[in-house]
Design a binder for this molecule. Sequence first.
Ligand code: AMP
Length: 114
Amino acid sequence: MSEDTLFSKIIRREIPADIVYEDELCLAFRDITPQAPTHILVIPKQPIPKLADAQPEDKMILGHLLFTVSEIARQENLDNGYRVVINTGEEGGQTVFHLHLHLLGGRALGWPPG
Ligand code: AMP
């Protein structure tokens, strides 16, 4: 059983968020501390704490999340490109342990990340 995080509270509408997309499997909302002009988080409604915890039965939702990011990027007119990031675990910089994909765009992004 996954622990309840603030993202589960956003799914249940117990915490407000600027939601940009929702379907039966996932929810997308704007990051509260944006690191780029467009910074959106896409999360599964059925929480997985982190990518390292993914199981074979999660393959479908993982593909769905990635495809949904591409659809949201089109919706946000990120025609010049964008970055998709999954921070995983402590050294990966993860702070909220409910798997999420960061969609970052609207400016040129540096590489490598810190
Ligand atoms: P990570 O560090 O990869 O776990 O990313 C967590 C992200 O969640 C950070 O970019 C935070 O700014 C973002 N965040 C934290 N609380 C909220 C919130 N209430 N609404 C939207 N984004 C949030």
